[in-house]
Design a protein around this ligand. Structure first.
Ligand SMILES: NC(=O)c1ccc[n+]([C@@H]2O[C@H](COP(=O)([O-])OP(=O)(O)OC[C@H]3O[C@@H](n4cnc5c(N)ncnc54)[C@H](O)[C@@H]3O)[C@@H](O)[C@H]2O)c1
Length: 248
């Protein structure tokens, strides 16, 4: 995303708690923690839109997820509200709905069925986005990102793969959506033949994916998810995946 956006943005401001180095004239970097509201707002001064990807990207103890993902997102939304930004794009996850069955083509309007505490934190991220859209008229797009990988390599990937090219396409469309866009939640997934999520309505998010994991199916080791009654999250839905972050 960084490579793609720096070619298009007049100024690209990058925030991370890990130090980054500017890689082009129009890049500006800030080392900060998303939990610190004032630092986030100060770093984003002058930005007209924000792509919020930072946070804990997998199962973890709930306090860590609440701090990085929920409080971190709140701080980004607050900075956007206070500075009058045109667009906020939030990185949600397919894991908000991981307990739906493989055989159920799932759309963004269906109730959340998180497959773990991480999914719960992303449901809260989406709810915060909705709140800021409804209450403060902020323009918010939540992308439920699939499995972002250079190539599909795992048994779930025939359904869940999001290619780098399609990721850039979805995010670019989310950042550039018309100003009339108030709130959208959409799955960001490649056009996989075996996907179990509804592709975005192009009137809401103007991007149609070009890649399909099926092209690489012969290279994916293991059994592909075949049981339509199995859960979409696969092994992420197993109790052990969350139990290791809970007291025994
Ligand atoms: N990679 C995927 O397939 C996938 C799938 C679904 C959703 N997502 C979401 O997309 C986003 C990006 O995922 P990723 O795979 O690139 O994760 P990543 O871990 O590579 O990137 C997250 C970044 O956030 C930074 N960060 C974490 N906590 C922070 C804090 N408190 N303050 C400042 N910076 C902080 C980390 O240093 C890291 O650079 C995440 O929100 C993740 O939940 C990713």
């Amino acid at each position: 995303m960084r490579e793609a956006l720096r070619r298009e943005a007049a100024r690209l401001i990058l925030l991370d708690r890990v130090p980054l180095r500017p890689e082009s004239e129009n890049e500006e970097v800030h080392t900060l923690d998303l939990r610190h509201a004032a630092a986030v707002e100060s770093a984003l001064a002058g930005a007209d839109r924000v792509l919020h990807l930072g946070g804990v990207p997998d199962e973890a103890p709930l306090p860590d997820l609440l701090e990085a993902n929920v409080l971190g997102t709140h701080n980004v939304l607050e900075a956007a509200r206070r500075t009058g930004m045109q667009r906020v794009v939030l990185a949600s996850s397919n894991r908000v709905t991981g307990f739906y069955a493989v055989g159920h083509l799932t759309g963004p309007q269906e109730p959340a069925r998180p497959d773990g505490l991480y999914g719960v934190s992303k449901a809260a991220v989406e709810a915060l986005g909705r709140l800021y859209a409804d209450k403060f008229s902020l323009s918010v797009v939540c992308l439920r990102i699939g499995s972002f990988e250079p190539m599909p390599t795992e048994p779930r990937h025939p359904a869940t793969w999001l290619s780098p090219r399609d990721a850039v396409g979805y995010i670019r469309a989310a950042l550039a959506a018309p100003s009339s866009t108030r709130f959208v939640t959409a799955y960001a997934v490649s056009g996989n033949t075996r996907r179990f999520w509804v592709l975005p309505d192009t009137s809401e998010l103007a991007y149609a994916p070009v890649d399909n994991a099926e092209t690489h199916a012969a290279d994916i080791p293991g059994d592909l998810p075949a049981d339509p009654a199995g859960v979409q999250a696969g092994h992420y839905a197993e109790p052990e995946f969350t139990l290791r972050h809970l007291r025994r």
